[in-house]
Design a binder for this molecule. Sequence first.
Ligand code: THU
Length: 160
Amino acid sequence: MKEVKIESVLQVFDNFDELPVNVASLMKQAMAARENAYAPYSKFSVGAAILLDNDEVVTGNNQENASYPSGLCAERTAIYYAGAKYPDAKIVRIAVTAGSRIHQTVTPIPPCGACRQAIAEYEVKQDAPIEIYFMGETGKVAKSNSLANLLPLVFDKSFL
Ligand code: THU
């Protein structure tokens, strides 16, 4: 038996103002998308903005449903739209902002497991890392240089 250690490295910015200008602009688009989230049940709204290598930006937000499991997270709403509209473009980075409408969220909120799996599919497909920036409503912003940092031991097409 041997032990395998898995490490993930993230960068953390103290606040939104520390972000590079182009990333701040993408995060602002995620913030704007969050305003349109349809989250009457959880009251937790999420916005995502995706920059593609053709310079297009695709945004999305969470869309809930009275039949709860039928709803979809912001990241997957955005990434599936990107895949549908620009199937040949590569994803450069994703910015995500999330927070409750009931209490203020000041810590970075990472994409859920299902969204990580969805993002992983595109990272594998394009064979190039996808940068992910995530934050609450305000406060620190975390950056992962690749989805792989957020989902070690990924299940991908190589196993099929
Ligand atoms: N949600 C997202 O949009 N992205 C995530 O990564 C986590 C959760 C949404 C789903 C649901 O509408 C609400 O947040 C509460 O879980």
